[in-house]
Design a protein around this ligand. Structure first.
Ligand SMILES: *[C@@H]1O[C@H](CO)[C@@H](O)[C@H](O)[C@H]1NC(C)=O
Length: 238
């Protein structure tokens, strides 16, 4: 039987290792992993210098496949496209932005969130601070200990409000990437008492509404594979 427990403990290390392996995979006959995965034209990677005075020959193009791609918007046949999202997490992805001088800070926020302008993000996913290392840094929890409540720590509240100011329809997504130690007392397992962990997350959602007038649309759970395969390409680094 598969050693589930050992696997769960190693998820994070395995996840990062996998990411690096994918990036470092040598090009095969079909092109490198990245080229295949993102379907970038091979000619972009043709860095062979031309002979002096000669233009660089374009890479030979492959015969174009003519298979048609049918779009069917009949209801309930598939998933809907919810938009393109950006993630502020990892304890560092947007840590510096809040301290940028104006007008540059506002300009960057406009480029990120203003509709039909720049990135025009439809979804903003933020880390729910958990007092723990979350890849590149640490964000403060809204509950340092049981009974503690403070919804003004960190910079994610600010970022969500700046996003909403520019696009009131932007969807908000919270992700507890790390949990404070008191949630898994003595076991380092925040899922040991699910009721307590659920109350912790729900209090963040309620705090967002009560203190910042923010409606949280989605909540995720910490999961390295989710991040690598769905959200990593959209991570903001500012
Ligand atoms: C789990 O947490 C809830 C909420 O704090 C508490 O009422 C309950 O007694 C806890 N369960 C255990 C087994 O500790």
């Amino acid at each position: 039987m598969f050693p589930c427990k050992i696997w769960a403990n190693c998820l994070q290390a395995e996840g990062w290792l996998l990411l690096w392996l994918l990036v470092l995979l040598p090009p095969s006959a079909n092109g490198s992993f990245l080229r295949r995965y993102f379907a970038l034209p091979a000619s972009r990677f043709n860095l062979t210098p031309g002979r002096s005075g000669q233009p660089i020959e374009p890479a030979p193009t492959r015969p174009h496949k003519t298979a048609s791609y049918i779009l069917d918007d009949a209801p309930e046949l598939g998933r809907l496209f919810d938009g393109i999202g950006g993630m502020s997490g990892g304890g560092a992805a947007s840590r510096l932005l809040v301290n940028y001088p104006e007008p540059h800070r506002s300009e960057i926020l406009d480029y990120l969130f203003k509709p039909n302008f720049g990135a025009s993000l439809h979804i903003l996913k933020v880390g729910i601070g958990g007092d723990g290392q979350t890849t590149d840094g640490t964000e403060p929890s809204h509950m340092h200990y049981k009974g503690d409540e403070n919804y003004f720590r960190g910079y994610e509240w600010w970022l969500m409000k700046e996003a909403k100011k520019r696009n009131p329809n932007i969807r908000l997504f919270g992700l507890p990437w790390s949990f404070p130690g008191w949630l898994g007392p003595g076991k380092s397992d925040p899922y040991d008492n699910m009721t307590m962990t659920a109350l912790y997350v729900v209090s963040w959602i309620l705090g967002a509404k009560k203190h910042h007038e923010l409606d949280i649309d989605y909540i995720g759970v910490s999961n390295i594979f989710e991040v690598i395969f769905h959200f990593f390409p959209f991570t903001l680094h500012l």
